[in-house]
Design a protein around this ligand. Structure first.
Ligand SMILES: Nc1nc2c(c(=O)[nH]1)N[C@H]1C(S)=C(S)[C@@H](COP(=O)(O)OP(=O)(O)OC[C@H]3O[C@@H](n4cnc5c(=O)[nH]c(N)nc54)[C@H](O)[C@@H]3O)O[C@H]1N2
Ligand SMILES: Nc1nc2c(c(=O)[nH]1)N[C@H]1C(S)=C(S)[C@@H](COP(=O)(O)OP(=O)(O)OC[C@H]3O[C@@H](n4cnc5c(=O)[nH]c(N)nc54)[C@H](O)[C@@H]3O)O[C@H]1N2
Ligand code: SF4
Ligand SMILES: [Mo]
Length: 751
């Protein structure tokens, strides 16, 4: 059934420019006769959030096809099309396990009761002896919304612990802080529909073709539709994405703040800004101080194209060309991802993208929008919107805001003062706290931190020290090695729940089949665990995921994240809806902050646009100076190492690694070295090359290729046998606390 080879798959690929692996509904035809029924869902993998239909025969999932009614219009990439065999992988965890004798002992299979009690007893003891700050929850942008909502409620409302964080801290935290600082509220104003209306794409720090393949197909289709459509790709590497670019800007890693200020300089200098727009809808700020447009102009004097060339290595002419293309080829959509977010200046970099749109008025109009690409399938819906991070509360509220805490206490029917007033530990501080003994017990859900945290030799000390209870689906996940208790969780489509993707779209994954072995839905595991630790059952009066959704849906009406119109029944019928969606008859919102589209902008509002997230209704253009990376190359460590993704693997490859077609395409990690560097260092293709950083060293087979500029090397991070994160520091953005996985200094030499 699933023996589709890569070669066959490529045959169904759209012809034309560098669009990679894509299946159309044609594939479904080959499989549809095998299924008795088709169950609606969302792809397990990326933040594109493609709709799927899962074919079920008897009690087995047998086929998958793209949902023609969702935004992906029936398309899937190879990973999505290969999801079915992952469910039945040999590596599936089917029984609860505990380490009876503590760390160092073996994991033994036990009953659910024994495993749950083992974990709950320890948490109870820690709570009694050390208080709520000594426990933590570390969650995931891949968990279902209902799971994250309940975990957040149990921890912050039940245990009075704000130590709730998760992998979106490693991923979207800078984008969140970028939207909040510029617009007052998180989440983008635009949607994927803007891709079809845009005539200029500014893709910066996103390898869309590998990380969001179906969206990339949509961009490529738009590009093909007219020679007037221009694509700018700003990325130090020459990625597959840059192959469709009219202008590929390859700058020194970590210098793009200068590039974007340089573009703003040219825009203002050449009067390509929209003075009426920014005069009406924007204010200018330098840090916390209000300044004027004149101050901003002065600030930009440091970013003449010539000065930018000296910092970035991009020619002055190219800086001018990029600025002109951004404005003259409008409508313009900006798309960005980890090249921008995973930076010590990640929040500032986000602000600078928003600046370009606000300065030119290219925002809140068809095709013109700054659209942050979300990595994980439910980072937006499940973590950002639910507020399952250490500083957040549901619906865009903040822990440190007394009024917000009060609102949530009322909504959760808690006595005033229940929610602790201080932020909990963000991810890095959490693992540091585990190592120091301040955090004594952690519940890890749907993430594999022993593989993906930065500075792994340091971070795993926390996992070695604290009591670790975790949910998992696959035995070989690295974090299992550190777990004291492992709960086998029902996998994708073995249980139901909502995912919310990049474009504010919520869609339901319906249960298609029963959980494998003894696996249980994580929602049940969390609630059963919580009750045994002593959470008041009244706080979690839920029989199932639909009950949780009902509470969260009704609660949303009290915030600007209003999706009260998305009843479970409606989500079952429709293939996703975009919030705000306040009533059951509301069709969902394509353009936020715009009169006539966004239901939160009153019909009698005097202006067509209303940035209601800000008290003064004005978005902010920030004066954000260029600051370089934390650890630039130097005489001792003369190369820059950057890390990222490959199209066929998902993060730690626990899922994609079980599919031979995907694993064969990328059997292991490697290092990409520029031919010029390879020549100097006498490195040939396949030679083992040592990367040595200030933390550790590790040898990778070389791929000599010009994707990297001289002085830059790249390795993917999926390979559990080569944990590249041991090489990385854990320096992070001071505001978002998102680590700088994109840049560290390294030595490179042939072994
Ligand atoms: N196939 C696949 N798809 C995925 C995932 C996966 O694991 N596999 N994961 C998902 C997740 S959670 C995420 S967050 C996304 C990530 O999606 P992307 O961010 O698109 O992917 P990355 O490969 O991490 O990095 C993107 C680019 O940042 C560039 N970069 C490096 N340094 C800099 C810099 O200084 N400035 C700029 N502007 N760019 C720089 C890199 O060269 C790289 O091409 O992918 C999602 N989609
Ligand atoms: N070097 C480097 N490191 C990075 C990054 C980078 O660009 N470079 N990017 C960072 C980013 S953006 C991200 S998002 C993180 C991702 O990091 P992680 O979240 O740690 O990586 P995943 O492999 O997605 O982990 C998901 C885990 O959940 C398990 N799982 C799958 N399905 C289920 C389920 O239904 N229930 C449960 N309970 N478990 C399940 C999987 O087997 C897997 O072990 O990595 C970060 N680390
Ligand atoms: S583009 Fe992303 S969501 Fe769509 S099928 Fe591929 S992995 Fe799944
Ligand atoms: Mo991510």
């Amino acid at each position: 059934m699933m023996s589709l080879s890569r070669r066959e798959f490529l045959k169904v690929t759209a012809a034309g420019i560098a669009v990679s692996v894509l299946a159309g509904p044609a594939m479904a035809g080959q499989q549809s006769d095998e299924a008795d029924k088709w169950v609606k869902g969302v792809c397990r993998y990326c933040g594109t959030g493609c709709g799927v239909l899962v074919g079920v025969k008897g009690d087995k999932a047998v086929a998958i096809k793209g949902d023609p009614n969702n935004h992906n219009q029936g398309l899937l990439c190879l990973k999505g099309a290969m999801l079915i065999p992952v469910i039945y992988a040999e590596d599936r965890l089917l029984k609860p396990m505990i380490r009876k004798g503590g760390k160092g002992d073996k994991l033994t299979e036990v009953s659910w009761d024994e495993a749950l009690n083992f974990a709950a007893d320890r948490f109870k003891k820690v709570l009694a002896e050390n208080g709520p700050k000594a426990i933590a929850y570390y969650g995931s942008g891949q968990a279902l919304t209902e799971e994250s909502y309940v975990a957040n409620k149990m921890w912050k409302g039940g245990f009075k612990s704000n130590n709730v964080d998760g992998n979106p801290r490693l991923c979207m935290a800078s984008a969140v802080a970028g939207y909040i600082s510029t617009f007052g509220k998180d989440e983008p104003m635009g949607t994927y529909d803007d891709i079809d209306a845009a005539t200029c794409f500014f893709i910066i720090g996103s390898n869309t073709s590998e990380a969001h393949p179906v969206l990339f197909q949509r961009i490529a289709k738009r590009k093909e539709s007219s020679p007037n459509v221009k694509v700018i790709v700003a990325d130090p590497r020459r990625t597959n994405t840059s192959r469709i670019a009219d202008l590929h800007i390859s700058f020194k890693p970590g210098t793009d703040l200068a590039l974007m200020n340089g573009m703003a300089h040219v825009i203002v200098r050449d009067e390509m800004d929209d003075a009426r727009f920014h005069g009406k809808y924007c204010n200018f700020m330098k840090g916390a101080d209000a300044v004027t447009f004149e101050d901003y102009k002065k600030f930009l004097e440091d970013y003449t194209p010539e000065k930018v060339e000296a910092i970035t290595g991009v020619s002055a002419a190219t800086v001018v060309k990029a600025a002109k293309m951004f404005v003259e080829s409008a409508p313009t959509i900006s798309l960005w991802c980890m090249g921008i977010n995973q930076r010590v200046q990640g929040v500032f970099a986000n602000n600078l993208i928003h600046n370009l749109h606000l300065l030119t008025g290219l925002i809140c109009k068809p095709g013109s929008t700054p659209l942050s690409l979300t990595g994980q399938p439910n980072a937006c819906g499940g973590v950002r919107d639910v507020g399952a991070l250490a500083h957040l509360l549901p619906g865009g509220r903040l822990v440190e805001n007394e009024g917000h805490r009060k609102e949530i206490e009322e909504l959760w029917k808690l006595p005033p003062g229940t929610i602790a007033p201080a932020n909990g530990r963000h991810t890095i501080a959490l693992y540091e706290g585990m190592a120091s003994g301040d955090v004594k017990a952690v519940f890890i859900h749907c993430t594999n931190p022993a593989h993906t945290l930065p500075n792994l030799n340091k971070m795993t000390k926390g996992l070695q020290t604290a009591f670790v209870a975790m949910t998992e689906c696959f035995k070989s996940a690295e974090t299992v090695k550190y777990a004291d208790v492992v709960f086998p969780a029902a996998f994708w489509c073995e249980t139901e729940g909502v995912y919310g993707c990049t474009e504010r779209r919520y869609a339901l994954i319906e249960q298609a089949i029963k959980p494998s072995g003894e696996a249980r839905p994580a929602l049940d595991i969390l609630m059963e665990f919580g009750k045994r630790v002593g959470v008041d059952p009244k706080l979690i009066p839920f029989a199932n995921a639909a009950d949780v959704w009902e509470e969260w849906r009704l609660m949303s009406a009290k915030s600007v994240y209003n999706f009260a119109g998305m009843t479970r029944a409606r989500l079952k019928k429709e293939s996703g809806l975009k919030w705000p969606c306040p009533t059951e008859s509301h069709p969902g919102t394509n353009r936020r902050y715009v009169k006539g589209y966004d239901p939160l902008v009153p019909d009698n509002h005097p202006d067509p646009i209303f940035f209601y997230g800000k008290p003064n209704a004005k978005a902010t253009i920030f004066l954000r100076p260029y600051v370089g990376p934390f650890e630039p190359a130097d005489a001792d460590y003369p190369f820059v190492l950057t890390t990222g993704r490959v199209i066929d693997h998902w993060h730690t490859a626990t899922m994609t690694g079980t599919v031979p077609e995907l694993q064969k395409a990328y059997p292991g990690a490697y290092v990409e070295v520029n031919p010029e560097d390879a020549n100097k260092l006498k490195i040939a293709n396949g030679d083992m090359v040592m990367l040595e950083t200030r933390r550790d060293k590790m040898a990778f087979p070389a791929r000599v290729t010009d994707t990297c500029m001289p002085g830059l090397v790249f390795t993917p991070f999926f390979d559990p046998k080569l944990l590249v994160n041991k090489l990385f520091h854990d320096a992070a953005d001071p505001v978002s606390r998102e680590p700088e996985y994109k840049i560290c200094a390294t030595k490179v030499y042939k072994v």
